[in-house]
Design a protein around this ligand. Structure first.
Ligand code: MC0
Length: 159
C-alpha cells in the first residue's frame, strides 16, 4: 500500500512514499560533500584558502569519472572542488553547458551504499549506477539521476 508523504502544515505534496520507506530508518546519515565543478582547480583552491583559510585535506584523480578533486574539510564534511581531466568527462560537459563553475552534486553519507541504492531503485527512481562502485579516497558510491531527485545530482557515499 502506498501512503502520501506530507509534513505537518504542508499541502498535499503528491509525492508517494512506500510503506516500507516510511517505516525504515533514515538512509542519509550525514552530508559527505558538496561538489563544486570548476574549470581551474588551482584557482579554486587559492580562492578557498585566501578567502576562508580552508586547506586541501585530500587530492585525487579519479580516472573512471574523468575528474580531479581537491577535498577541503569543513567540520565533518567536505567541499569537493572538482575539475575535468578530459574533454569527454561529464563534468566537462556540465561546465560547458552551464558556462562556468557551480554546484555539481551533493554527496550524502550512508551506512550501506548497496542497501540505500536498492531502496531508491525499489521506489522506481532512476539511478546512474546499477551497483555500488569505487569513489575517491576508498569510498563506495552510487549516483541517483538528477531528473528523479528534485534537479540535484545525488551521490550516495559509504566511507
Ligand atoms: C546534467 N543535468 C544535471 C546535472 N548534469 N542536473 C543537475 N545536476 C547535474 N550535475 C541535467 C541536464 O541539465 C539535463 O536536463 C539532464 O540532466 C540530462 O543531461 P545531459 O547533459 O543530457 O546528460 P549527461 O550526458 O551530461 O549526463 C548527466 C548525468 C551524468 C547526471 C547522467 O553527469 C552522470 O552520469 N553523472 C554521474 C557521474 C558523475 O557525475 N561523475 C563525476 C563526479 P534537461 O532538462 O536539459 O534534460 S565523480 C565524483 O564525484 C567521485 C570522484 C567521488 O566523489 O568519489
Amino acid at each position: 500500500m502506498a501512503i502520501t508523504a506530507r509534513r505537518p502544515g504542508e499541502e498535499e505534496s503528491g509525492v508517494q512514499m512506500s510503506e516500507a520507506a516510511a517505516n525504515q530508518k533514515p538512509l542519509l546519515t550525514e552530508i559527505d560533500h558538496i561538489a563544486i565543478a570548476v574549470p581551474d582547480l588551482g584557482a579554486a583552491i587559492d580562492y578557498y584558502r585566501e578567502t576562508f583559510g580552508a586547506v586541501v585535506d585530500h587530492r585525487e584523480v579519479v580516472e573512471s569519472d574523468g575528474v580531479e578533486e581537491a577535498l577541503l574539510k569543513v567540520a565533518e564534511s567536505y567541499v569537493q572542488l572538482l575539475t575535468p581531466t578530459r574533454d569527454d568527462s561529464t563534468v566537462a560537459k556540465w561546465l560547458n553547458t552551464r558556462g562556468g563553475p557551480g554546484i555539481h552534486h551533493v554527496g550524502y553519507r550512508v551506512a550501506d551504499c548497496g542497501e540505500a541504492l536498492e531502496a531508491v531503485k525499489a521506489q522506481g527512481f532512476r539511478v546512474l549506477d546499477d551497483a555500488p562502485r569505487p569513489g575517491s579516497r576508498g569510498t563506495t558510491v552510487a549516483f541517483i539521476h538528477p531528473k528523479d531527485a528534485l534537479g540535484t545530482l545525488i551521490e550516495l557515499v559509504q566511507e
